[in-house]
Design a protein. Sequence first.
Length: 106
Amino acid sequence: MEAINITNAPKTGTFQMRINPTVKREVEDICASCGLTMTDAINIFLQQTLNVRGLPFIVTDDTRKALREQAIDRLLSEVQAGRDSVKAKDDWISEEEMLAHFGLEP
């Protein structure tokens, strides 16, 4: 199946749903604060659903804990990948060099 890109796919289908008017206004306000319409936000949700071939967020009674564990696992994986990428002593960058690279002071 060819990948679908929501931004340039033809928009000939329609989707209609009922929603509490107060919830709708609050969601529209949140979307507007992000520079989006509710339609934009729903299209982003649909695109991410296609991208990950499932829901683009964790649905659980303890989502906060699950997201934290997922973030820690990813961080540890990235740290290990960084360690594994070092082949010689010259591959290391000092903390001072790193901070200077990002325009920060040690």
